[in-house]
Design a protein around this ligand. Structure first.
Ligand code: SAM
Ligand code: SF4
Length: 475
């Protein structure tokens, strides 16, 4: 096997492609997953150290059921250590589905003449945000196709519009974006509008396979997409989200490539990605994808556990593409954020009835159609602490200046108290009495787990203020 030391600091350059398929396959083909090695790697990760490619490959190659169980248990333990019981909630808001690209897996692809094309007007956008606020949402991700209409200025205007919508006690406190890659100036424009994270998924990190799925439009350029979040960093946007669309190519390759992408950011910008996403392909109108690389549920759990161990400090997002059963199962292995009450048909949040899914109006089919209230209720039943916290980014705790686990006691000092405050607001404003009762019990239990008396005192005082109608307090 070729020897690749972790020399990316010398090798990698800003805004230059960094993926070498041969290097990635070498690690997969030549790393031996002996019991001792796999256990050493899990122990390193539990020490909150990021894994290198060889170490990640050892986990990927482990197939002995006993070792796979140890990997999953390691991920569970690490998640509890790094994130506690918190699960952060958000909702996607599709703003426009016009698209000039031709991605073979997507219902919005330009050649899909059955797709109903729509871009929300300002008024429609406001109505959607009001409906989301009425459900208790505080964090949104705006989603767009790739089209000249969706310029950085257009997106920035949308972001400002969303932040200005206040209904009752409702407000959106963090707007993230999932849209086409921008130039540096474009990223600057959206950053100035106050966005949180900018997500761009590479879909597949294999350049040749990539060409097979992306038949036309700007997205066909693999390298331009690969370096897009470098341009975001250049613009000072240091909360970026990466991802691969699982089912396009071998999952083992994509997992290693995501770790390689993390290495690249660290080498060039001294910061890892803010979040990892690992969507699995769902049915879509006009989809044309060979099922050969589809990822089964067992491998899906394993890959989530491996990603958790490989990059211990990065948020991991699991969406409503997955069924409620799968979400319940895999959440324990490292997921830190989920969407709730998701509707991806444009303009559908304002509808009170859950319409039957119409694939011609959606990018793909979602599997978990439950309301935010139902999801929160289930989280509480399973002893998770639902959180709508937005404190860090609003206080400038982002990027290299901030990695939550690197600050001793950070979770107990900031994250858990903030999760509790946002849950208390949710109970007061939106929860049913039954959910509220259970949620207060979870809050009591979480407060008992905090050891800093001063923080507990401040927290109880703030909960009292929330009960008296004050909102938006954070540590
Ligand atoms: N148009 C922008 C782009 O392509 O980057 C915005 C992203 S797209 C609206 C959001 C993501 O959905 C894509 O990056 C892709 O990973 C995912 N996606 C597309 N088709 C999908 C499908 N059939 N099933 C699951 N996820 C899909
Ligand atoms: Fe367009 Fe994005 Fe769909 Fe590709 S994945 S067709 S770029 S909306």
């Amino acid at each position: 096997m070729k020897f690749y030391p972790e020399h990316y600091k010398i090798k990698d350059q800003r805004m230059k492609p960094f993926i070498d398929p041969e290097e990635i396959w070498d690690f997969i083909n030549n790393t031996k997953p002996t019991k001792e090695r796999v256990r050493e790697v899990i122990a390193k990760s539990l020490n909150k150290e990021r894994l290198n490619l060889e170490e990640t490959a050892a986990l990927i190659n482990a197939t002995d059921p006993e070792l796979v169980e140890e990997i999953k248990q390691g991920a569970k333990d690490l998640k509890t250590k790094v994130y506690g019981n918190r699960i952060v909630l958000f909702a996607p808001l599709y703003v426009g589905n016009k698209c000039t690209n031709n991605c073979k897996y997507c219902g919005f692809r330009a050649t899909n003449k059955d797709a109903v094309r729509q871009t929300l007007s300002d008024q429609e956008l406001i109505k959607e945000v009001e409906a989301l606020e009425d459900n208790g949402q505080k964090r949104l991700i705006l989603v767009y196709g790739e089209h000249k209409h969706y310029s950085p200025e257009f997106i920035a205007e949308n972001v400002k519009t969303v932040y200005n919508v206040k209904k009752g006690n409702g407000e959106i406190r963090r707007v993230n974006i999932n849209a086409a890659p921008l130039e540096i100036d474009g990223f600057r424009t959206v950053k100035e509008a106050g966005i949180g994270t900018y997500q761009v998924f590479q879909e597949t990190y294999h350049p040749e396979e990539y060409k097979k799925y992306h038949l036309g439009g700007k997205k066909r350029d693999f390298d331009y997409r690969l370096t897009s979040l470098d341009r975001a960093q250049e613009a000072g946007l240091d909360d970026v989200g990466i991802g691969a669309l699982f089912g396009l190519y071998d999952w083992r390759y994509e997992v290693l490539a995501m770790v390689r992408h993390t290495n690249h950011f660290e080498a060039c910008y001294n910061v890892g990605p803010h979040t990892l996403s690992f969507p699995r392909i769902q049915d879509a109108s006009a989809i044309d994808v060979d099922p050969k690389y589809m990822v089964n549920d067992d491998d899906f759990v394993k890959l989530i556990a491996i990603l958790r161990l490989a990059v211990p400090y990065t948020g991991m997002i699991l969406t409503a593409r997955e069924s409620q059963q799968v979400r319940r199962e895999v959440m324990a292995f490292g997921v830190s954020q989920i969407d709730g009450g998701t509707k991806i048909e444009l303009g559908s949040y304002k509808e009170t009835q859950n319409e039957v899914q119409n694939l011609n109006r959606e990018q793909f089919a979602i599997s978990d159609n439950r309301s935010l209230a139902e999801i929160i209720d289930e989280l509480i039943e399973n002893e998770y602490l639902p959180s709508f916290c937005t404190a860090c980014y609003r206080l400038g705790r982002t990027g290299e200046h901030f990695m939550e686990f690197s600050v001793p006691g950070f979770i107990k000092r900031f994250c858990t108290p903030n999760a509790i405050l946002t849950l208390a607001e949710y109970i007061e404003d939106y929860a049913t009495p039954e959910t509220g009762e259970k949620a207060w019990k979870i809050i009591d239990k979480e407060i008992k787990g905090l050891d800093n008396e001063k923080v507990v005192g401040q927290l109880n005082e703030r909960i009292g203020k929330i009960k008296n109608g004050e909102r938006d307090m954070y540590f």
